[in-house]
Design a protein around this ligand. Sequence first.
Ligand code: NAI
Ligand code: A1CAB
Length: 271
Amino acid sequence: MKVVFIGAGSMAEAIIAGALKSGALQAESTYVTNRANSARLTELTIQYGIQAGYDVETALKDADAIVLAMKPKDVLSGLEAIRSYINEGSVVISLLAGVGIDFMEQAIGDRCAVIRSMPNTSAAVGKSATAIALNKHVTAEQHQAAIDLFSAIGLAITVEESKMDAVTAISGSGPAYIYYVAEAMQAAGEELGLDHDTAKSLLIQTLLGAADMLSESNGQAVALRKAITSAGGTTEAAIRTFDEHHVKESIAAGVKEAAAQSKQLGEAYKR
Ligand SMILES: NC(=O)C1=CN([C@@H]2O[C@H](COP(=O)(O)OP(=O)(O)OC[C@H]3O[C@@H](n4cnc5c(N)ncnc54)[C@H](O)[C@@H]3O)[C@@H](O)[C@H]2O)C=CC1
Ligand SMILES: O=C(O)[C@@H]1CCC=N1
C-alpha cells in the first residue's frame, strides 16, 4: 500500500514508526514530504528507510492513501498541493484537529474517500487511542484499511464526525491531563523528601500498574479506587482532600472546556 504523508512532524513520525513496526506500512512504499525542512526529511529517511523528498509528483502519483499531517492552519496549502492528484479511488486521511470533512470535500471536491482521524501522541509507543470518522465515499475495504493502519499504532474505533470534539477532549488531549497529574505527584513526592529519581520511578510504575488494572477490570475505576481506600487510612485522607478542592468537578470542567475549544477551533474549518 502506497501511503504519502503531507507533513513530517511528530504525529506523522509516530504513525510511520508504529505502522512500519507492525507491518501495516512498508518502507519502500511510504512517502513523506514537508514544507521546508529538508534536514528533517533526511533524518526520517535514515531512521526509517522511507521515501522522503520534495518531488510531489513521484510521491502522490498512484498513492493508495494521502495522510494530511500538517497543522490545521496549513490545511489549505496541503489540500491545494494534493488536489490535482485526487481521483475517485483516492483516500485522504486527515490527522488535523478541528478540520471538518465538509471543509476538505469543498477544497478537493466531494468525490473521494475522506477519513477524519484523531490519534494521540502515544502513537509513538504503539498506544494511541484513535477515533476515525468517514465521509460517504469510504468503502468497506477502505474503512478496514484505515482501521488496520491506526490499529498498528494502538486502539482504533469509528465514530460519527459529530463526536470528534468529545473525542479530542478525551483522548486527543487526554495524555496531557495524565502528565499534569504526574507533574503534581512528582512535585509532592519531592517536597515530602523523596529524591527526584526515586519519586519518578515509583510514579511511572504506579501509573503503568493503574492503567493495566483499569484495562483488566474493563474500566471499573470506582471499584478499584474503593479497594485501595481503607477506612481511616491514607487514601481516604487524600480523596477527602481532593473532594474538598473539587478536583473531580475541575477535571470534568477542563475536559468540557477542551471540547468547547475544539468546537470553536473547528468553526474556522467548516462549510
Ligand atoms: N500533537 C498531538 O497531540 C496531536 C496532533 N494532531 C494533529 O496532527 C497534526 C500534525 O501535528 P504535529 O505533527 O504536532 O505538527 P508539526 O508542526 O510537528 O508538523 C507539521 C508538518 O507539516 C508540514 N507542512 C505544513 N504545511 C505543509 C504543506 N502545505 N505541505 C507539506 N508539508 C507541510 C511542516 O513542514 C511540518 O513538517 C496537527 O494538525 C494536529 O492537529 C492530532 C492528534 C494529536
Ligand atoms: O491541543 C491540541 O489542540 C491538539 C489536539 C489534540 C491534542 N493536541
